[in-house]
Design a protein around this ligand. Sequence first.
Ligand code: NDP
Ligand code: 8X3
Length: 251
Amino acid sequence: MENKIVLITGATSGIGLATARLLGSKGFNIIACGRREERLEDLKKELEKNTGIHTLNFDVRDKNAVKEVINSLPEEWKHIDVLINNAGNAHGLDTIDQANLDDWDLMIDINVKGLLYVSRAIIPGMVSRKAGHIINIGSLAGKETYAKGNVYCGTKHAVDAISSGMRKDLLEHGIKVSQVCPGLVNTEFSEVRFKGDEKKAESVYKGMEPLYAEDIAEIIEFVITRPKHVNIADSLILPLDQASSTEVKRT
Ligand code: NDP
Ligand code: 8X3
């Protein structure tokens, strides 16, 4: 895998961070993206001992910034082989009549429009090289819905549809599009959803064993290391203790 370049959005925490670490340890060159610059710098220091790492500090909601940072990549980092569209979060857990409009904007702008902006900036290079692999991080919430999950579930259903549409558009160019859909993973996800309320965040995983970010990183590594003719188009990964969004076995 030496010399392959993987760009990961949301590499400052959770699934993105675990994936950067795992792929870095396997010899992939990593472009790590996120808004928290200090974390990007720490990751750079950690990974540069063993692999190539370049960091990009931008907000996926800012379409001009996205275009600018991707277009300004140094020559040796321009040929992105694998794009992992991972940046995203839930904001709030409220019924449709009471939810905060700013939360809706955040989820739609980050999870859907941000994914599209980054993809649109990177895919033309893949098309011109007739090679590339895009991994979109969807969710169990993109396969079903749960009460109060309205717009978050909507954004992940959008990722599901966009992934399938991308695959059709990119078929003729030899570019793989895969979706990885986790169930409950213990990351900063719930802290963000509940705006720093640790008690509420912890209660999501109470009495059950969730997935860990490293579990999903391993799946992503598997997806991107299949032979050239094999594309794992979609995958749903659940903890043993979860059967659906609403059926979770707790002690
Ligand atoms: P984390 O909160 O731990 O990580 C989210 C990452 O997204 C951070 O690195 C954050 O970086 C980045 N991010 C958020 N907003 C922006 C933004 N506006 N611009 C750029 N980067 C941004 O959560 P997870 O690791 O759990 O989430 C990763 C993905 O996995 C998301 O798409 C989520 O929907 C999905 N997922 C998570 C599940 C879970 O249970 N945890 C289950 C199923 C799917 P920074 O703040 O530095 O910008
Ligand atoms: C994250 C999983 O069930 O909290 O996508 O929505 S869930």
